[in-house]
Design a protein around this ligand. Structure first.
Ligand SMILES: C[S@@+](CC[C@H](N)C(=O)[O-])C[C@H]1O[C@@H](n2cnc3c(N)ncnc32)[C@H](O)[C@@H]1O
Length: 244
């Protein structure tokens, strides 16, 4: 299938003017076959490019929050396991959580040779499937732009709960106050209301991300300007951090 054909199928499977918070339905449709899922997650359909972009994401994690061989890691919104496939070879155990069972179906096929990778379907927004103090690192990449602000914060709060004291977190989005961010904003604003896709990207500001992490209780909060034009907020759960 050509890239153009795959794009056409992707557009077909995108409900117009859907309810943005109907995340399961919206993202199961985005994963109805592998071409559509690969496009929705990474903007292309070939495995080699997917692996290359994953290396880029891992480099960003390494330079912002670090990756250690004995880390137990959770990715929120892991999609088809783009990052988990190579990252699981560099840590003790990698967990991928996603609200879309269909996305996880693709991830399961891609990660079947990885004994230390576990996939978990989330029943709703939040990490209710995981116990407190379970992870050394929780990260969430290319997901916040698809979530409502309250749901973004819910995942930050939940990351705090499931991280061990001393554990690190990472959340990214693209910033409104950049040339790229403003271009996306203007293009999206130009969509007729009745054709606006439910998953349409929405930016963050540095201050928004900083506030979420600080309010959730994280220490050492830093907002990084990444080379790819995105911003990422990182923090550490204090050693005395309670996760009631
Ligand atoms: C653009 S993809 C990114 C996937 C992966 N993080 C990556 O970088 O390859 C967005 C992912 O977020 C998931 N997602 C959307 N809404 C979600 C929610 N409320 N909770 C958890 N995951 C969600 C989608 O199912 C999809 O797999």
């Amino acid at each position: 299938m050509s890239l153009e054909e795959a794009h056409a199928r992707w557009r077909e499977s995108t409900p117009a003017h859907g309810d943005r918070s109907a995340y399961k339905d919206v993202w199961d449709r985005q994963a109805r076959d592998s071409e559509v899922a690969w496009l929705a997650v990474a903007g292309h359909t070939d495995e080699a490019t997917l692996d290359l972009t994953a290396v880029g994401t891992i480099d960003i994690l390494r330079s912002t929050v670090g990756i250690r061989p004995d880390d137990v890691i959770l990715e929120i919104g892991c999609g088809i396991g783009r990052v988990g496939k190579p990252l699981s070879a560099q840590c003790l155990h990698w967990f991928g959580a996603d609200i879309s069972g269909a996305m996880l179906g693709h991830a399961r096929a891609r990660l079947k040779a990885r004994p230390n990778a576990t996939l978990v379907e989330l029943s709703t927004v939040g990490l209710q499937e995981f116990p407190r103090d379970a992870f050394d690192l929780v990260y969430c990449t290319i997901v916040f732009m698809h979530l409502l602000e309250w749901d973004r914060y819910r995942y930050v709060e939940e990351a705090f709960r499931v991280l061990r004291p001393g554990g690190r977190c990472y959340f990214d989005n693209y910033p409104l106050d950049s040339e790229h961010g403003w271009k996306v904003f203007q293009e999206s604003a130009g969509y007729p209301l009745d054709r606006r896709p439910a998953h349409m990207s929405m930016s963050s500001t540095r201050e928004e991300l900083r506030i979420y992490l600080a309010k959730a209780g994280f220490a050492d909060v830093v907002v990084h300007d990444l080379q790819n034009g995105m911003i990422a907020a990182t923090g550490r759960k204090p050693e005395s951090g309670s996760s009631a």
